[in-house]
Write a protein that binds this ligand. Structure first.
Ligand code: GDP
Ligand code: MG
Length: 166
């Protein structure tokens, strides 16, 4: 199995941390491939049973000008072509930055896994339940998974989930 994954989310949710952990974690070979014609490849996880290719997708931010609108279109185009999207959030109620991305995701049919990151910051994991409830009312996520990219926690399970969508 092999396939393409995009990691999205507003600034500071932990996208770079997650990618660095995944690539340093349970990985046989990691390579930085030169740019392909259409996509910038950030990194690759190669396992016995699967190869997961992470794309450097341009971020989706609320456009403030015409060029910004064009960039959102480019970003959405990339999201339509990947096999699975990882949408990272913090363990908090969705803010305007999250809401904006969720609304953009309505224009893609690619499965979206909601990754609730930074769960090490929660005093009690039961706090996740109302969050999962609120997020799942906003969008039909293919999966919802809590992780800590930093600790790390639950990243093996995340990789298994991603592989199941390739
Ligand atoms: P990005 O802007 O989405 O790429 O976010 P970064 O990966 O740069 O992370 C932003 C900040 O959040 C950094 O200070 C990270 O150390 C911190 N961070 C990322 N993941 C976690 C996590 O799971 N737990 C905690 N406590 N902090 C995290
Ligand atoms: Mg980053």
């Amino acid at each position: 199995k092999s396939g393409f994954v995009a990691i999205i989310g507003r600034p500071n949710v932990g996208k770079s941390t997650l990618l660095n952990q995944l690539v340093g974690h349970k990985v046989a070979i990691m390579s930085d491939k030169p740019q392909t014609t259409r996509h910038k490849i950030h990194s690759i996880i190669t396992r016995d049973d699967a190869q997961i290719i992470f794309l450097d997708t341009p971020g989706i931010h609320k456009p403030r000008h015409k060029l910004g609108e064009y960039m959102v279109e480019v970003a959405l185009g990339a999201l339509r072509e990947v096999d699975v999207i990882l949408f990272l959030v913090e363990p908090q109620l969705p803010g305007p930055g999250d809401e904006y991305i969720i609304n953009q995701l309505r224009e893609v049919t690619t499965p979206v896994i909601l990754v609730i990151n930074k769960i090490d910051l929660l005093d009690n994991k039961a706090e996740l339940l109302p969050l999962i409830d609120v997020f799942s009312q906003k969008y039909n996520f293919a999966e919802i998974i809590p992780v800590s990219a930093l600790k790390p926690e639950n990243l093996d399970r995340l990789v298994e989930l991603v592989v199941s969508y390739l």
